[in-house]
Write a protein that binds this ligand. Sequence first.
Ligand SMILES: [Fe+2]
Ligand SMILES: [Fe+2]
Length: 136
Amino acid sequence: MLDMSEYRLGIEELDRDHAELIGLIQRLDAAIRMEQGHEVQTEAIDTLVAYVDRHFGAESRLMSDYGFPSDQTEIHEAEHARLLNRVKRWQHERQTPGRRRRLTFDIAAFLNAWVYHHVAGSDVTLASFLRSKGMT
Ligand SMILES: [Fe+2]
Ligand SMILES: [Fe+2]
């Protein structure tokens, strides 16, 4: 299970977003484990996708406002785009009966791994840059 204390970056806005993001992943995870209805699981995924989309937009704005180097911005945004495309594809594929359960398990496992790698990797780099520019 993801633990928010492992992902503190020292930038209030990002830490708040990531705590919310982890909460939404845990909600999706619980909806799958407790075998809640299709609507509940769909709602959990839809809410998560909308939140991820908004959070990535917020990070892009920070990168541009604080002058994060363009080559690093490109790499960071490509990681965001890969995640978003993948989850959106799953979101769409879940409409296919018989694929739902398997896909939903995959989504939760993928998101847990992704948060670990991206937040503990690329977001840490971004946060140190922002802190060096005086953001808290
Ligand atoms: Fe992030
Ligand atoms: Fe990020």
